[in-house]
Design a protein around this ligand. Structure first.
Ligand code: DGL
Length: 275
C-alpha cells in the first residue's frame, strides 16, 4: 500500500492536526506520518539544522515510495520547502503557501497578523509569500514560543493559556488586524483562547486545514487519487512511540486512529535518489 500513500512529516505530534484535516478531506487515502519526536522542537533551531532534519525525514518517507510529500511543520516548511522540492521527483506541499493564500482571500482590510515559532517568524516566509501575491497587504507578526509547550501539556483553555495569549497577542490587537494566520501546527488547539483574546471579528486561518484542501485539489487535478479507496494509516516516531500514541489523540481527535507507532531512526535510513 505504501507506494500509493501520502507521506507527512512534522517535528513531532503537532503535524497530526494537519493529518486530521487530510483525513477529513481525503478519507480514502493511505497515509504515512513521521513525527521527529527525538528532535522536537524545531522552532528554536537554526535554519541549517532544520534543513538537515528535513532532508533526513524526507529520505525516510521517500524510501517508502510515497506519491506526495506533505511538510506539515510550519518551521520546516518555512526553511526547507524549496530545497526539498528541488531534490525529489514527487510533489511537495508545505503549509505556508496554503495558509498565506487563505489569509489573502479572507482579509477585507489588508491588515493581516501571523503568529508562529521564533524560526518561522524570523524567516519571514509567510510575509514574503503574501507580499508576492498582494504587495499592498500589511503584515504584522509575533512569535509565540510558549504556545507549543502549553498545547503539549494540554493547557489550551485555562488561565495560564489565556494570560499567555493576552501577553503575546496584545501588540497584534493594537495593529487592528482583521485576519490572523495560525502559523504553527499546535495553534489550532488554542483557537478558542486566541479567539477570546482577539475578538470574534478577527478571522483565524488554520494553515493545516487550508493545506488539506489544496492537497485534495492537487491529487484530483493530477489523477493521483487512490482508486481503491483504502485508508491505511502508518505512524512512525523517532522517540517514545508509546507517548506518541498516548498524546497523539489530543491532536488527531478522540476517535484515535493511531493503532500502532513504530520507532525509527531517520538519520540511519538509506538515502534516496532522484530518478
Ligand atoms: N511543528 C512546529 C511548527 O509548526 C511546532 C513545534 C516545533 O517547534 O517543532 O512550527
Amino acid at each position: 500500500m505504501n507506494r500509493r500513500a501520502i507521506g507527512v512529516f512534522d517535528s513531532g505530534l503537532g503535524g497530526l492536526t494537519v493529518l486530521k484535516e487530510i483525513i477529513r478531506h481525503l478519507p480514502g487515502e493511505n497515509t504515512i506520518y513521521l513525527g521527529d519526536t527525538a528532535r522536537v522542537p524545531y522552532g528554536i533551531r537554526s535554519p541549517e539544522v532544520i534543513v538537515r532534519y528535513s532532508f533526513e525525514n524526507t529520505g525516510f518517507l521517500m524510501s517508502r515510495e510515497i506519491k506526495l510529500l506533505v511538510i506539515a511543520c510550519n518551521t520546516a516548511s518555512a526553511i526547507s520547502l524549496e530545497k526539498i522540492r528541488e531534490s525529489v521527483d514527487i510533489d511537495v506541499i508545505g503549509v505556508i503557501g496554503p495558509g498565506a493564500r487563505a489569509a489573502l482571500r479572507a482579509t477585507k482590510t489588508g491588515r493581516v497578523g501571523v503568529i508562529g515559532t521564533e524560526t518561522t517568524i524570523k524567516s519571514g516566509a509567510y510575509a514574503r509569500t503574501m507580499k508576492s501575491l498582494d504587495p499592498g497587504v500589511e503584515i504584522f507578526t509575533q512569535a509565540c514560543p510558549l504556545f507549543v509547550p502549553l498545547v503539549e501539556e494540554g493547557w489550551v483553555d485555562n488561565q495560564v493559556a489565556l494570560l499567555t495569549a493576552e501577553k503575546y497577542l496584545h501588540p497584534l490587537k493594537k495593529h487592528d488586524i482583521d485576519t490572523l494566520v495560525l502559523g504553527c501546527t499546535h495553534y489550532p488547539l488554542l483557537k478558542k483562547t486566541i479567539s477570546k483574546v482577539m475578538g470574534k471579528k478577527v478571522i483565524l486561518i488554520d494553515s493545516g486545514a487550508e493545506t488539506a484542501r489544496e492537497i485534495s485539489g492537487l491529487l484530483q487535478e493530477k489523477g493521483l487519487l487512490n482508486p481503491e479507496g483504502g485508508s491505511e494509516r502508518e505512524f512512525y516516531s523517532t522517540d517514545a512511540p508509546q507517548k506518541f500514541k498516548f498524546l497523539g489523540s489530543r491532536f488527531l481527535g478522540p476517535d484515535a486512529l493511531i493503532q500502532d507507532v513504530k520507532l525509527t531512526e531517520v538519520w540511519n535510513e538509506a538515502r534516496w535518489k532522484k530518478k
